[in-house]
Design a binder for this molecule. Sequence first.
Ligand code: NDP
Ligand code: 8X3
Length: 251
Amino acid sequence: MNKIALVTGATSGIGEACARKLAVNGYNMIITGRRAERLDAIAQELSALGVGVITLEFDVRDREAAAAALESLPPEWQEIDVLVNNAGGAWGLEPEYEGNYEDWDTMIDTNIKGLLTMTRLIVPGMVKRDRGHVVNIGSVAGDAAYAGGNVYCATKSAVKALSDGLRIDVAHTKVRVTNIKPGLVETNFSVTRFHGDKERADGVYKGIQPLTGADIAECVAFAVNAPEHVQVAELLVLATHQASGSVIHRS
Ligand code: NDP
Ligand code: 8X3
């Protein structure tokens, strides 16, 4: 059987692109998200590439649902080789002192606790088999805060800390841990951040050529396909006219 990769948040953007890229690379794919119809459509497309595909519909914030979904996998699919912890997003861009409690909970529960849950459920098997790769989708936002980024930036700083911590905890094994830190990627990210305001979301990518989900998937594939003795610990990937989370040159 081919190697198996599981991508969380594979229904859109970076996760969808990673699922496509890993399938092209011959991985049997487990794709997850909350939207069953998107999962089904993407599964059809990936199956046409000749790989096996299983869809799991669950919310990463629901630990029991995540555990049950993984337990539902056929035994030969439970030996996951690559986990891409991608599900997440930003909700709101208000100053910290005016932030929305619900948005804060959503970001912390999804970007930090959801990622931790998936890691806790899947990495023990990797350690036992002495092989595997965890790719966390962090962000340039985790390197330094920017205006209104406060809690989102904190969650992505947490992804860095959790990636570094896990890398230490599995250093005695052949399990590898990579934190990919993208800059501006045009996906549904900003629509989510602005609670569905598409016009405001489009403004984020005005005057600059942003990255695409496919660009980030290339980086994920680079890390995953590196020789076994090579651990790509971190990759910061920015649009060419972006210098940091807050320095963006627009024409
Ligand atoms: P999208 O909004 O396009 O995709 C987000 C994905 O996350 C969707 O597939 C969504 O699936 C899934 N998701 C969100 N919440 C949950 C949840 N509670 N349970 C399960 N799945 C969930 O945005 P991106 O592709 O841009 O974002 C993917 C990751 O990349 C995020 O972690 C984001 O922080 C990070 N990132 C994005 C950047 C950007 O500029 N776009 C830059 C740096 C990092 P569904 O709705 O079906 O559940
Ligand atoms: C997404 C990139 O700079 O919009 O994490 O926060 S940024």
